[in-house]
Design a protein around this ligand. Structure first.
Ligand code: SAM
Length: 231
C-alpha cells in the first residue's frame, strides 16, 4: 500500500501496540483502574459510540447490513453493531487492539455473528460495504493526509460513511487541558484536530455530502460525529 501516514503511521502503530494499547484498553474498558481524566474520556467516548449507533439504526435495521469498522480499537462499536445483526468487518493497524477486540467479541456475542477481524491499516482496506464507520481515528492524521484517508473510506462505502473527529473549534480548550490529558511526553502521539469545513470539503471533492451531525463534549473529550451520503 502507498504510505499515506508516512512516519506518523509507524509511530501510531508502535504506540497502539505498546503504551497506547495499555492506556486505551483501560479507558475503553470497564474496570476502575482509570484516573479522573481517563474516566471522563471513557464517558465521552461511550456517548460517541451511542450516538453513532443511533445514527446507524434511526431509519432502518442493521440486520444483514455490511459495515466496515475502520480503526476498530477494542471493538467498542463493532460489538454493538454485530449485536444489531450487522455483518461487521473490523480492522485496526494495531495487532494488540485487534486481539483485544476479538477476545471481547467472543465473550459477548454468539459464534454465528462474530465480526471478521483483521490487522490492517485503513489505507490498505479494499472491498465494498454498505456502511463505513471510522470513530476517533482522524485525530492521528494531519490535514494533508486526512483528505486522502476520507476519500479512501468513501470509496469503500456504497450508502454511507460515519466519521468522528476532534473539532478544531475546541482547539484552545484542548490546549488548556492538554497538560492534564497527556501528562508525559512518552504517553502520547501527536493529536491533530480538524475543522469541520475541511472534512466537509474533502467529502464533497469525492461526491459525498454531510447528512447528519452530532457533537459530544465532556470536560476532556470533544468529538464531532458526522454521517455522509453520496451527493
Ligand atoms: N474506533 C475505535 C473506537 O472508537 O473505540 C478506536 C479509537 S482509538 C482513539 C484510535 C484507533 O485507531 C487505535 O486503535 C489505532 O490503532 C487506530 N489507528 C490509527 N491509525 C490507523 C490507521 N492508519 N489504520 C487503521 N487504524 C488506525
Amino acid at each position: 500500500a502507498e504510505e499515506v501516514g508516512g512516519g506518523d503511521k509507524e509511530v501510531v502503530r508502535e504506540y497502539f501496540n505498546s503504551t497506547g494499547f495499555e492506556r486505551w484498553r483501560k479507558i475503553y474498558g470497564e474496570t476502575d483502574e482509570v484516573n479522573r481524566v481517563q474516566k471522563d474520556i471513557r464517558l465521552g467516548h461511550a456517548k460517541t459510540v451511542e450516538n453513532a449507533m443511533l445514527m446507524l439504526t434511526e431509519e432502518r435495521s442493521l440486520a444483514g447490513v455490511t459495515v466496515c469498522d475502520a480503526g476498530c480499537g477494542t471493538g467498542s462499536l463493532s460489538i454493538p453493531l454485530a449485536k444489531e445483526g450487522a455483518i461487521v468487518s473490523a480492522s485496526d493497524i494495531s495487532a494488540a487492539m485487534v486481539a483485544e477486540a476479538e477476545m471481547k467479541a467472543k465473550a459477548q456475542l454468539p459464534p454465528g455473528n462474530l465480526p471478521r477481524f483483521e490487522v490492517n491499516d485503513l489505507e490498505s482496506l479494499s472491498g465494498k460495504y454498505d456502511t463505513v464507520v471510522c470513530l476517533d481515528v482522524l485525530i492521528h492524521y494531519p490535514q494533508n493526509k486526512a483528505d486522502g484517508m476520507i476519500a479512501h473510506l468513501a470509496s469503500l462505502a456504497e450508502k454511507r460513511v460515519i466519521l468522528s473527529f476532534a473539532p478544531k473549534t475546541f482547539y484552545y480548550d484542548i490546549l488548556k487541558r492538554i497538560g492534564e490529558l497527556f501528562p508525559g511526553p512518552s504517553k502520547a502521539t501527536r493529536a491533530y484536530l480538524h475543522a469541520e469545513a475541511d472534512v466537509e470539503r474533502a467529502l464533497r471533492k469525492v461526491g459525498w455530502k454531510i447528512s447528519k451531525r452530532g457533537l459530544t463534549t465532556t470536560q476532556f473529550y470533544f468529538s464531532r460525529l458526522i454521517e455522509a451520503v453520496p451527493m
